[in-house]
Design a protein around this ligand. Structure first.
Ligand code: PMP
Length: 376
């Protein structure tokens, strides 16, 4: 059997990881500033994480959601504490798309309405509703097509007000910083406007924090920069540092109803152990502060390169927009300097490293970036 050919593949076989470094099967070392697309939050093979998962696996890895799983309660408590959203409730699932799918469904259950506002260039996942609110016609199959989604331009308050006019809006889903869309930071007044329109119209504010959440920006949720509370936050990626786990946290105004949400694997013992280990490390090692400090340093240093068109982002979620003729920079960083980065459009380099990236590794990147630009 062959693999179904869906991803463009680099001919590199990564077999080992250690913090911000990974190694291929020839022993070559790479600096990982991509973290498997914002997944590696506390670094590869973090000892506390490895031990917690190993210990749990020796006890029990999985049973089912038909029994009490105290680890789920512990995870909810810890998440409430670290994120500051103590009065929210946690529903656990397995991926970002599934989290958004459940958030959109729950919103519609809650207010009985159907329309969803999403934004141009948004990415929310590849399941049915998640793909319908994603602005990429290439990944919507006929079965996902719906006229319930209204796509609005980014940061257009007049269009937003207009879309709310007939009071049919169930929810607004927005990334605090668009990731796949090229690292576009949602302006604070725009997020605040969404909050007040949702309040006025009994609509649900869904903060997709799958990529921009979990401390990456220096705050737990990037929407926190606007000093607002969303009604639902969706999370995945960094939540498990590589172990598949996703979830939504739900404000107290939305009450649960039996049968509304569910999943076989969500919140299994191993996933909870991974989730707890991640939060413990984020807290103990002050990783949000580190993301703010090292990310802030990188952003300031990157602004000094005059060949760069624009630097966008917050903390350790950074987009470097290059002139189109420099679109090969990402490949050069990987194949000439052994540095993994991500991309959005061919000419935006995305940095999504582990939150404990050191300043020395940031400098290693800046040095390689400078050499790559001067040879381009
Ligand atoms: N939302 C955002 C903002 C994302 O970046 C992604 C993944 N790139 C998803 C949702 C979907 O997450 P998953 O791949 O875990 O389904």
């Amino acid at each position: 059997m062959n693999l179904f050919d869906v991803y463009p593949i680099n001919p590199i076989n990564i077999v080992k990881g250690d913090g911000s470094l990974v190694y291929d099967d020839n022993g070559t070392e790479y600096l990982d500033l991509y973290g498997g697309h914002a997944v590696i939050s506390i670094g590869h093979t973090n000892p506390h994480y490895v031990k917690r998962l190993e210990d749990q696996l020796h006890k029990i890895g999985f049973y089912s959601n038909s029994i009490e799983i105290p680890l789920q309660t512990q995870l909810a408590e810890k998440l409430g504490h670290v994120s500051g959203k103590e009065d929210y409730q946690l529903f656990l699932c397995n991926s970002g798309a599934e989290a958004n799918e459940n958030a959109l469904k729950l919103a519609s259950f809650y207010n009985g309405k159907k329309k969803v506002i999403a934004f141009r260039k948004a990415f929310h996942g590849r399941t049915s509703l998640a793909v319908a609110v994603t602005d990429n016609p290439k990944i919507v199959a006929p079965v996902n097509e719906t006229d319930n989604v209204i796509f609005l331009p980014w940061n257009d308050e007049a269009a937003l007000e207009e879309a709310f006019r007939n009071n049919e809006v169930s929810s607004v889903i927005i990334e605090g910083i668009q990731g796949v869309g090229g690292i576009q930071v949602a302006p604070i007044p725009f997020l605040q406007k969404i909050r007040s329109l949702c309040d006025e119209h009994n609509a649900v504010f869904i903060a997709d924090s799958v990529q921009c959440g979990y401390g990456r920006t220096g705050k737990f949720f990037s929407h926190d920069f606007a000093d607002i509370n969303a009604d639902i936050y969706s999370m995945a990626k960094g939540m498990g540092n590589g172990f598949p786990i996703g979830g939504i946290i739900i404000s107290p105004k939305i009450k649960p109803a039996y049968g509304m949400l569910g999943t076989t694997f969500g919140g299994n013992h191993l996933a909870c152990a991974a989730g707890l280990a991640v939060l413990e490390v984020i807290e103990q090692d002050s990783l949000m502060q580190n993301a703010a400090d090292v990310g802030g340093y990188l952003i300031e240093e990157l602004k000094k390169f005059n060949k760069v068109k624009e630097i966008r982002g917050r903390g350790l979620m950074i987009g470097i927009e290059l002139p189109e003729e420099l679109a090969n920079v990402k490949k050069d960083l990987l194949f000439k300097h052994n540095i993994f980065t991500g991309e959005a459009k061919p000419n935006v380099v995305r940095l999504l490293p582990a939150l404990n990236l050191t300043k020395a590794y940031a400098d290693r990147f800046l040095d390689a970036f400078s050499k790559t630009l001067s040879n381009s």
